[in-house]
Structure formats: C-alpha cells, structure tokens
Design a binder for this molecule. Sequence first.
Ligand code: ATP
Length: 336
Amino acid sequence: MNANEREEVIQVTDLRRVYGGGFEAVRGITLSVARGELFALLGTNGAGKTSTMELLEGLAPPTGGRVRILGHDPYEERAAVRPRIGVMLQEGGFPSELTVTETVRMWAGCTTGARPTGEALELVGLAHRAGVRVKQLSGGEKRRLDLALALLGRPEILFLDEPTTGLDAEGRMRTWELVRELRAEGTTVLLTTHYLEEAEELADRLAILHEGRIAVSGTPAEVTAAQPSRMSFELPEGYFLGDLPPLRELGVRDHETTGRTVRLRTHELQRTATALLLWAERTHVELRSLDIRSASLEEAFLHIAREARQDTGRTPHDGPRDDRAASTAAGKEAAA
Ligand SMILES: Nc1ncnc2c1ncn2[C@@H]1O[C@H](COP(=O)(O)OP(=O)(O)OP(=O)(O)O)[C@@H](O)[C@H]1O
C-alpha cells in the first residue's frame, strides 16, 4: 500500500439495528476510520452510540448494512477479529470476590499475547490496588480495571464506550494521556463520550448522532465552524438597541435582549465585535459585562439537542420533514 494511502480499518455502510420490539435504534450510519485515527461518537442520550458500538464489536449482527473491521465481518468472523481488538464496555461486570490481580490474570488466560499483569495495571494507574477485591474498588477504579482488560492484548483497534465516566479530574487526564500514547503508537481508537471537551481534546474526527443517524461529522474544527459565535454585553444607560450600528449589516444572524443585556450570534465574529467596540469608543461608552466567545463543540451539540427537543414537540402524524427512513419510523409509531 502507498504510504499516503488511508488504510480504513473500520468501514461501516448504511448500518441499521432494530431491536426485538421493532424499535429502530440505528438508522443508516455510514462512516470509516483510518488506522491510527481517533474517532469519537457523540450524541444525546439514546442516540444510538452503544447500539452502534456493539455492532462494530461483533456482539450482535446488524439488521441491515455492512460492517468491516480490519477487513472482516466482526460478527460472522469473530475468531479473526476478536484477538486484534480491545473492548471496554459501558458496564464491565467482574466477579466481585476476585482481587484486581486475579481478575487481570483470569482475563489474560483468554487473551493471546497478553501484557504482563503488572504492566497492564501500571498503565491505568491501578498497581497500588493489585491485592484489593473488585467489590472494594470505587466506580472510577472499576472503569480503570475495565480499561486495563481492554488493553491486555495490545489491540490494533480499541473500542472505548464512555471510558472516563465516573473518573475524577485527575483520573480523566490520566486516561486522556494514556489514550494519546496508544494513538501515538498507532492504535486506532473508537470512543463514545458525553464529555465534549474529551472529544475536542482527543478526536481526529467525530460524529454527533441523533436518533440513530449521523447529524453532523468531521474534524472538531469542521463541526464547530458551522456554528455561530456568541457575543453579549449590557447596553449603556440611556441607549437603546436602535442606537447601535445596524446589526444585520455587521453579520449578526440573530439577537435577543433581556433588560439591558444584548445577546447576539454571528458567523463573522471579528467584524461584529470590531464594529460594536468602535461604536462604543466613538460614543464614549463602556460595554459592560462584555463576553465574546467563538463557537465550540458544545455549541454544535446543543444546536442538535435543541432541534431534537423541537422535533419531540411534533406529533407522529407530522413526521420528520425530509427523511424517508424517519418517516417510516414515525409511521410505525403512528400505527402502534
Ligand atoms: N435491548 C434493547 N431493546 C430495545 N431498545 C433498546 C435496547 N437497547 C437500547 N435500546 C434503545 O435504543 C436506543 C439507543 O440506545 P443506545 O444505548 O444505543 O443509546 P446511547 O446513544 O448509547 O445512549 P446513552 O448516551 O444514554 O448511553 C434507545 O432509545 C434505547 O432505549
């Protein structure tokens, strides 16, 4: 293979998952992840992140579509895929009477070419808890044990389902550092998380899921670029909105006022901010409580969540406006 060529180790095409009761949790997801890349799956609660991860991990067969992990079907060709991947599920579940060391040894017994137990515990910062029974570990320590087990077989692809949930700030930083090191060594990582700063810190690319579909995807910079920046300030005493330069002409997309506070959203932050600050200087007034912030991943996420809330307000008969698959789901709902 050409050195510049992207080796796609995760390929997902039009993936679908329908649960027993007929609920469509994954509704046509297409994505690919290159070797050595860190891809983050974000989404509102119930968006379908875990349902998607489980299909990629080969824990269940898809209802429709295609998954290839390292060129294999992870469900049909489990024996070929399993030794090359590491999986950290959302909820581990170990025999609670075993000690940390015994748990790792037990797991190592089922893993080809396992790391030494001490090394695995060292990696996740659990070496000092080696002799402690699993039931005595804190929630965060159990997450770290989960991670140690996922790393035991030196996987080529690491699936991490909410790896830092329940960790304190130091534990989270430590996990981020470890994930960065693994990536630097060439490990491909697929991560789900509710911490947007985690995705912003770690991800090369990401997708935000909503109701089983990818609502937006790209690099963190691409995803945030589509969102407006925000600016807010207090109107000086004796001044009104109409005294400001015409906001539309400054690139302002929309604005609202509460009392004397003006909040606006703009795609041209520099132009808007410069014009308003120059106006304040010319007018010899101070824009108090001035706050200017560029768009963030949080903004993109909240935008999607807001749209989701508005959608929830619709009746099934209204149906989503422009999506055939979603109309089918709404139709099912209406029929139920
Ligand atoms: N076994 C199941 N049977 C029926 N529905 C299920 C099942 N498992 C999950 N679901 C539903 O599928 C949808 C997606 O769930 P999933 O756990 O994949 O979402 P998620 O994005 O991982 O959510 P969270 O962020 O809350 O962990 C939810 O509406 C959930 O209730």
